[in-house]
Design a protein around this ligand. Structure first.
Ligand code: FAD
Ligand code: SF4
Length: 474
């Protein structure tokens, strides 16, 4: 087929649940391509010799290579090509911000002047992973090296840790993961909701690790249950990976934030997802069922919290964001889905104070209108408050989703571990080695709140660092 003929092929739409129905259930919104759709979408790839899409992928997945195989219906071959660099295709295919990464650079999207018409790389990636899982495997691939007798402790079980654990186990090391929560998976289980990322997919990855011989210890808070140094000095671990993420919620610092009915998005989503509060009558988790909810923020966390509030019975959900929609950091698809489901967007507005209903509970939210000024250090135009523009939103619940910082516990309990002024662990960019010999770190605890694919890439890099360190006989 010529390039011109390929350009005329229609982009395959993602089958989805009806917005009116899905806004009240927890099932996955995007239903996934059929085999025919996956092949048709993959066939749109122009096989550009310069592979611009790969430059946009943080782990440089061989995109034209896997699309060529998928176009022929060789989904197992496509998955093997993806897995050469990415360990979590079922997850990344669903949650990566493709429109800012691979798809942003796709020639097809550029030629058709619409990033939405770029080859749907993530959707085909997801299809290949789901296809393999349905056939009883994740396409694990790489064989395991002979046992080395070396022991690696991996702290945390998010995407950085999952990847690091897999690569260290494949190198023949004896790996144990330590997780503070009662369930492994990090943000993939406690933060990102079921309707976006089914938990069975994350569990399949954890099960794959267990099959590789990785031990998973839950309810184990390193820094409290056991200190990091004790893992090395007393428990005999030869190397440690710290992948503890960025789970410390930030607040606005405004009046009324301590009222009953104000939550961090982290707490709200953890109760709802990990603690299954949506399974009313079956889960014991106490939950605040707000009827009129304001969510503060414009990222994926804010979208997840507002869509979760709808599913948990809110009649009105307002998303309050101080910049314009063009500056929202959330994935375009999540913004689109939130709007379709009925979340009301209030852009260029921001919370000024939370009002007391007279009994210590949320009685409303006073907001200010904003305008966009000059670009700030991030390159985004900074919002400027319009004096005297105050107005009140009638809400009984406020969810704060304005960012997360690094959890300070490990740094505070590990002498000699260097962190920067934001509390992120400082590492060697080549090996992810920290200031303590034998201790490596990666993911959000190093980068600050980032993305799944970046965390995964960091875990992989750290595993290479650990494997080289252990090979050196240290
Ligand atoms: P995490 O996934 O945060 O995992 C860290 C784990 O370490 C946690 O399980 C934690 O309990 C555990 N832990 C912490 N301290 C200790 C300790 N002392 N001892 C033992 N265990 C400990 N990214 C995307 O790419 N796309 C998205 O759509 C997207 N949506 C998101 C939605 C939400 C609600 C959130 C919160 C984040 C989202 N992200 C998204 C960001 C992404 O999930 C993170 O960048 C990624 O999960 C970071 O991975 P990680 O392995 O570094 O840490
Ligand atoms: Fe295919 Fe788009 Fe990548 Fe070109 S840029 S190789 S069309 S996915």
């Amino acid at each position: 087929m010529t390039a011109k003929e390929k350009m005329a092929l229609p982009a395959q739409p993602m089958p989805e649940q009806d917005p009116k129905v899905r806004a009240h259930n927890m099932d996955e919104v995007a239903l996934g391509y059929s085999e025919e759709q996956a092949k048709a979408e993959a066939s749109r790839c122009l096989q550009c010799p310069t592979k611009p899409c790969m430059q946009g992928c943080p782990v440089a997945v061989n995109i034209p290579g896997f699309l060529a195989k998928a176009a022929e219906g060789d989904f197992a071959g496509a998955l093997s090509a993806i897995r050469e660099t990415s360990l979590l295709p079922a997850v990344c295919g669903r949650v990566c911000p493709q429109e800012r990464q691979c798809q942003k650079f796709c020639t097809m999207g550029k030629a058709l002047k619409d990033v939405g018409k770029a080859v749907a790389i993530g959707r085909v990636e997801r299809f290949c992973a789901d296809w393999a899982r349905a056939k009883g495997g994740c396409g694990e691939g790489a064989a395991q090296a002979p046992r080395t007798g070396k022991r690696v402790a991996v702290i945390g079980t998010g995407p950085a840790s999952i990847t690091c654990a897999a690569d260290c186990a494949r190198a023949g090391h004896d790996v144990t993961m330590f997780e503070a929560f009662h369930k492994a998976g990090g943000v993939l289980v406690y933060g990102i909701p079921e309707f976006r990322l089914p938990k069975s997919i994350v569990q399949a990855e954890i099960d794959g690790l267990v099959k590789l011989g990785v031990k998973v210890e839950t309810n184990f808070v390193v820094g409290r249950t056991r200190r990091l140094r004790a893992l090395m000095d007393e428990d005999g671990f030869d190397a440690v990976f710290v992948g503890t993420g960025a789970g410390l919620p930030k607040f606005m610092g405004i009046e009324g934030e301590n009222l009953v009915g104000v939550f961090s998005a982290n707490e709200y989503l953890t109760r709802a997802n990990l603690m299954k509060a949506y399974e009313e009558g079956r889960a014991d988790t106490p939950f605040w069922h707000g009827k009129r909810v304001a969510v503060l923020g414009g990222g994926n966390v804010a979208m997840d919290a507002s869509r979760m509030a709808l599913r948990l019975g809110a009649e009105k959900v307002y998303l309050v964001y101080r910049r314009s929609e063009a500056e929202m950091p959330a994935r375009i698809e999540e913004v689109h889905h939130a709007k379709e489901e009925g979340v009301e967007f209030h852009v260029l507005q921001n919370a000024k104070r939370v009002l007391d209903d007279g009994s210590g509970r949320v009685g409303g939210l006073e907001c200010l209108r904003y305008e966009l000024g000059e670009p700030d250090a991030s390159g985004r135009r900074s919002p400027v408050a319009v004096p005297g523009s105050e107005f009140t939103l009638d809400v009984d619940t406020v969810i704060v989703a304005v960012g997360n910082g690094s959890n300070p516990l490990i740094a505070a309990t590990t002498e000699g571990l260097e962190v920067n002024k934001r509390g992120n662990i400082v590492v060697d960019p080549e090996t992810n080695a920290t200031s303590i010999p034998g201790v490596f770190a990666g993911g959000d605890i190093v980068l600050g709140a980032a993305t799944v694919i970046l965390a995964m890439g960091e875990g992989r890099k750290a595993a290479r660092g650990i494997n080289a360190y252990l090979e050196g006989g240290k």
